[in-house]
Design a protein around this ligand. Structure first.
Ligand code: FMN
Length: 160
């Protein structure tokens, strides 16, 4: 399978998911990468998100061990037409729960073929100086792992 382009869709109020999905995309080495940031409500007011690129990489943070409820309608508006999708969740090192498997089901129902999935750790949104939770994550090592994951994905898809 020839992968020449990718769409990266992410929801990332405190920026950790964005860092992780960007590192994964970088690791794939794909030159044509289009980013869709669905963090702000205005960006989620679309009827249909059709992915025209060869590969979807979609990342969300874990809220209460699940996919954030605020994303339900937006994620339902995805349309894949048999394209491969990589699902990514980022959690604050408490518990990742069912979010990753929920994301797999969501992309499948949207017509994508789930090709890879990974859960990463990001600094917890409620982390403070006094009570640090996964402070500084993703760190350089996490970003390295994310780039390696991207490389593994492209190797797998190119040999499919
Ligand atoms: C409302 C809310 C609920 C959360 N629930 C969890 C959780 O169940 N488990 C966990 O490990 N982290 C939880 N977190 C932390 C986030 O998953 C984590 O900080 C993530 O890195 C945030 O991603 P972002 O930087 O892309 O916004 C929660 C954060 C928020 C704001």
């Amino acid at each position: 399978m020839q992968i020449n382009s990718a769409r990266v869709i992410y929801f990332s109020p405190t920026g950790t998911t964005k860092t992780v999905v960007a590192a994964i995309a970088q690791g794939t080495g794909i030159k044509k990468v289009n980013y869709t940031d669905i963090t702000l409500p205005s960006a989620r007011k679309v009827n249909l998100i059709t992915v025209k690129e060869d590969l979807l990489i979609i990342g969300i943070p874990v809220y209460e061990e699940k996919v954030p409820k605020i994303l339900t309608e937006t994620l339902k508006s995805l349309s894949g037409e048999g394209k491969p999708a990589v699902v990514v969740t980022v959690y604050g090192n408490i518990a990742d729960g069912t979010a990753l498997s929920e994301m797999k089901t969501i992309v499948k129902n949207a017509g994508f073929v789930p090709a890879a999935a990974a859960s990463f750790i990001g600094e917890h949104s409620f982390s403070t100086k006094e009570v640090p939770i996964a402070a500084g994550r993703p760190n350089l090592c996490d970003e390295h792992n994310a780039r390696q994951f991207g490389q593994m994905i492209i190797n797998k898809l190119n040999s499919a």
